[in-house]
Design a protein around this ligand. Structure first.
Ligand SMILES: O=C(O)CC1=CCC(=O)O1
Length: 99
């Protein structure tokens, strides 16, 4: 069964990182992220306004799959990651047959 997670990623790159290494890292991050988005396992990614952070939604089969996706992020060593498992809300009209 698919499980949904909200994941917040806060990026902190070293200010003295070599610009070419930084560009390469960010290009690899984008390609990796877009591969998972195309697979359907990373259906949302939003920028947190005014912050070098994103809020994403993952749709995965297990904790282990989410862990592997996050662990494989090229930016993983430079991010703080907060994972929140999601459950259906009883007031969600999309889940309420009376609406
Ligand atoms: O929020 C960011 O810029 C970090 C990131 C995660 C996936 C991606 O493409 O960028």
């Amino acid at each position: 069964m698919t499980q949904l997670y909200a994941v917040r990623m806060d990026v902190a790159l070293p200010p003295d990182m070599d610009p070419a290494a930084r560009d390469d890292l960010l290009a690899r991050e984008k390609a990796y992220s877009q591969r998972w988005q195309r697979s359907g396992h990373w259906p949302h990614i939003w920028r947190c306004v005014g912050q070098y952070a994103n809020l994403s939604v993952f749709a995965v089969d297990s904790n282990e799959q989410l862990h592997q996706i996050l662990w494989g992020l090229p930016l993983f060593p430079y991010m703080g990651i907060t994972v929140t498992p999601l459950a259906a809300h009883p007031s969600d009209i999309a889940q309420d047959p009376a609406q």
